[in-house]
Design a binder for this molecule. Structure first.
Ligand SMILES: Nc1nc2c(ncn2[C@@H]2O[C@H](COP(=O)(O)OP(=O)(O)OP(=O)(O)O)[C@@H](O)[C@H]2O)c(=O)[nH]1
Ligand SMILES: [Mg+2]
Ligand SMILES: [Zn+2]
Length: 294
């Protein structure tokens, strides 16, 4: 689906067999009867993607930021969060973290605490309660949380990313007039084994088409095979802060003497700024990415 300068959306077909075009691309196209042909993809400022063992999965291009949306329920995976953050850092795309379903007080409290290390390392983080507001038909969401989120989104193109059931499409419905995206109860989605949203779509929040939200299908695995293991620490702010204290310039932070990261993890004076779970995730990722390089 190609959007023209005037805002019309036209079905276009890529030239050649394999389509390389992704949501957010700027393209040149030619009309053919009532549809069109994609002639050329303009150079991208960035491409947010994951690299699984067998294939590359592109999410979107030319982004200003990624909103990683998780929820009190279903419980989010810190592993997946860390992977999404690393992928964003590697492309120099600003990540924002939001935790939805604050109306579910108890699981929300637990999930919010689990995010403490990510707040400490400087990521912007928002609590949200998307659904309870979306219920009132035609009502404008003007509470403090929604306003804060709107201010962050204003004038930008934001990819909304997160596990299935987090509320990505509910957010789209809340912020985009007449979006009417299909959403579903978690139980239904999980029982059918399918994600409710199956394709990635860009929606304009404003009539002037300056603020865009990109709704995407929930992800389960997030391969980082495009990342060099030696670069990992660079993409993890809590590690980066201490990696400069390492004795060896090519320190892996796994076993070396004089390692700034290891000494921070083991530090006994107060709480370490590198949590045990982050260090474990780092070690596992390092091993995973070292293994599959050829
Ligand atoms: N309790 C509660 N439920 C919510 C909230 N926001 C959304 N939901 C519900 O969560 C369920 C999943 O929402 P969706 O918007 O379909 O989730 P999604 O992230 O788009 O899921 P996929 O399309 O499968 O990736 C729906 O039943 C929503 O009504 C909230 O703030 N609180
Ligand atoms: Mg959805
Ligand atoms: Zn080190």
């Amino acid at each position: 689906m190609v959007e023209t300068e005037s805002g019309e959306r036209v079905i276009c077909h890529p030239r050649g067999k394999k389509s390389q075009v992704v949501v957010g691309d700027r393209i040149r196209w030619l009309p053919s009867e009532d549809e069109g042909t994609i002639e050329k993809i303009e150079e991208r400022s960035n491409l947010f993607y994951r690299q699984d063992e067998m294939r590359t999965k592109s999410f979107a291009a030319n982004l200003d930021q990624v909103l990683i949306l998780m929820a009190a329920e279903p419980e989010f995976s810190e592993n997946q969060l860390t992977r999404a953050l690393i992928a964003a850092e590697a492309e120099r795309i600003k990540p924002i973290i939001a935790l939805n379903k604050s109306d579910l007080a108890e699981p929300f409290g637990r999930a919010w605490n689990k995010l403490a290390p990510y707040r400490a390392m400087g990521y912007q983080m928002l609590p949200l309660a998307i659904k309870p507001k979306a219920v009132a038909v035609g009502a404008v969401a003007d509470d403090a949380q929604t306003k804060e989120l709107m201010a962050l989104l204003h004038g930008k193109k934001t990819l909304v990313l997160g596990p299935s059931g987090a509320g990505k499409s509910s957010l789209t419905n809340l912020l985009v007039p007449n979006a009417k995206v299909l959403t579903a109860e978690i139980s239904q989605a999980l029982n059918s084994g399918k994600h409710t949203t199956t394709s990635t779509t860009l929606y304009w929040i404003d009539g002037a088409r300056t603020t865009a939200l990109i709704d995407s299908p929930g992800f389960q695995e997030f391969g980082l095979h495009h990342i060099e293991p030696m670069q990992l620490a660079n993409y993890m702010p809590d590690f980066k802060a201490h990696a400069q204290d390492c004795k060896f310039y090519n320190c892996t932070h796994l076993h070396e003497p004089g390692c700034g990261v290891i000494s921070e993890v083991k530090s006994t004076s107060g709480a370490s700024s590198i949590s045990a779970s982050r260090y474990r995730l780092y070690s596992e990722l390092f091993a995973e990415l070292s293994q599959t390089r050829y």
